[in-house]
Design a protein around this ligand. Structure first.
Ligand code: DGL
Length: 255
């Protein structure tokens, strides 16, 4: 039985889970839905490392084979430390800057405040011309998506005000997994941009890992959510069931 642990501050990482399921990775997905500490984007490195450690511990105690940190912010702040502390494969998500820069010239990078100022992104940008990259101020966008997923009009107004000035750009990088849920809106505001998400890269790495470790996948997939504040609103659970076309169970957080 393959068990894949997944972490995010909310629904964002579900875009990665859906990507894995759609790509045929049949597993029991155990999803730490960290609504206790949402949003991550404005937190400090110290806070994020403590959160990452706690959530990893929870997944390891549930016997997962692989962990996917389905969050750019937590990957940026803590993945290197996590890999030193835990002896299981830990796969992170990183903004798809390289593939985007391979085919586009003027690029909008959408990410949380932490990811934008993090060392990981600056290292990734080394060697590229600085003037070709644009970073809209999207301070609380992950929070807005998390709490207004059905209010497309509200999100559209917010995004129009932040993105419409980039009509000359031809590429756009989604540097936060929550943003996968607003691709349709981005496309209406900036129809000319080619959009790059990190999901495909993660799916590829999970497949490699399964092969290297000779892990066998399951006959079917199952998803179990562990909400860290103890509960998940029924409307959100139903949204995620619809989104994944899967039944989802909700489990208690381990104390
Ligand atoms: N989905 C996350 C990310 O990819 C977290 C966003 C947040 O909680 O601020 O960065």
């Amino acid at each position: 039985m393959l068990k894949i642990g997944v972490i995010d501050s909310g629904i964002g990482g579900f875009s990665v889970v859906k990507g894995m399921i759609d790509a045929g990775i049949r597993a029991e997905y155990i999803y730490v839905f960290d609504n206790k500490y949402h949003p991550y984007g404005g937190k400090s490195k110290g806070e994020l490392s403590a959160i990452a450690f706690m959530n990893l511990n929870m997944l390891v105690s549930r016997g997962v084979d692989i962990v996917v940190v389905a969050c750019n912010t937590l990957t940026s702040s803590s993945i290197n430390e996590l890999r030193k502390m835990f002896y299981i494969p830990i796969i992170g998500v990183e903004p798809a800057v390289k593939p985007c820069a391979g085919s586009c010239i003027d690029i909008v990078v959408m990410a949380t405040p932490y990811t934008l100022k993090g060392e990981k992104l600056s290292n990734m940008l080394l060697g590229y011309t600085e003037e070709n990259f644009y970073y809209p101020n999207l301070d609380n966008l992950a929070f807005i998506i998390e709490n207004n997923i059905d209010d497309r009009e509200y999100m559209s107004d917010y995004l129009t005000s932040r993105l419409k000035c980039y009509s000359k750009c031809d590429g756009l990088v989604l540097g936060c997994t929550h943003y996968n849920f607003i691709v349709d809106i981005i496309k209406t505001i900036l129809p000319q941009v080619k959009i790059f998400s990190s999901t495909e890269g993660v799916v590829r790495r999970v497949y490699q890992c399964i092969k290297q470790l000779k892990l066998s996948t399951n006959d079917d997939s199952a998803i179990c959510i562990i909400p860290t504040n103890g509960s998940l609103p029924i409307s959100k659970l139903n949204y995620l069931k619809n989104y994944t076309e899967m039944d989802i169970t909700v489990d208690d957080v381990d104390i």
